[in-house]
Unconditional design. Structure first.
Length: 232
């Protein structure tokens, strides 16, 4: 994580995302801008919470760990998204692990300043309410439907999410084959089953294994398999 000391860039993001009417006065003055590299963790499940992050550029992968120690993808997020909002309201440690899929820019403000200048701010409270309720609605819908989808749909959706960022056309990611075990855990299947489906994708010309990487060759075809991306 690196802090970008550029007030003009902060103001630009605030205007673009219509945040300037929410983070006014002292709240806006205490906003900072941070960059995260691809693959860098914003936070891990169980970490102490202390900063509200606002995703303004890039894509995030959000996942959790079950009681059995397995990981499960919750969703991929693009702007506008909040990290640390539920934890701020509940006063808890971080609920999920959040990782940058592509290069990411996030605005950040300490909980200290939110408590001091925001707890009686109607615009901020309404903003948090809308974001949090939408987040839990989507999570409930996802968890109830995710495992009902065939592995083909889940893998196609995962490959599309990890390989592309609609807000940054220059970003085209690659999935390393050494991460296939993690990928199987993320989408809730076995490594053996995932490998069979991936081999089928390769035979159909949708993907290609090359030098330890998985490349998406036919994005349109993979999108047809996914129907709609269940992770976004």
């Amino acid at each position: 994580m690196k802090e970008i000391k550029d007030r003009q860039q902060i103001d630009s993001y605030m205007k673009d995302q219509q945040l300037d009417a929410i983070f006014t006065g002292p709240l806006g003055e205490h906003l900072s801008l941070y960059s995260f590299d691809q693959g860098e963790y914003i936070c891990s499940k169980g970490d102490p919470s202390g900063t509200l992050y606002i995703l303004v550029k890039g894509k995030l992968k959000i996942y959790t760990t079950t009681a059995e120690g397995k990981t499960l993808i919750i969703s991929f997020k693009t702007p506008l998204e909040l990290i640390g909002d539920v934890e701020y309201i509940q006063g808890t440690e971080m609920i999920n692990t959040v990782e940058a899929v592509s290069p990411v820019h996030m605005l950040g403000i300490s909980y200290v300043w939110l408590q001091k200048h925001g707890k009686n701010n109607p615009a901020l409270l309404q903003f948090l309410l809308e974001i949090i309720t939408l987040k839990f609605y989507r999570k409930s819908d996802f968890l109830s439907l995710n495992l009902m989808h065939p592995v083909e749909v889940r893998l196609a959706s995962y490959l599309l999410s990890i390989s592309y960022d609609e807000s940054d056309p220059s970003f085209t990611g690659q999935l390393k084959t050494i991460n296939l075990v993690d990928t199987a855990n993320f989408i809730g299947t076995s490594y053996r089953h995932l490998n069979r489906v991936l081999q089928k994708f390769c035979r159909d010309g949708l993907t290609e294994r090359s030098k330890g990487l998985i490349l998406v060759k036919d994005r349109k075809g993979l999108s047809a398999v996914a129907h709609r991306n269940i992770y976004e």
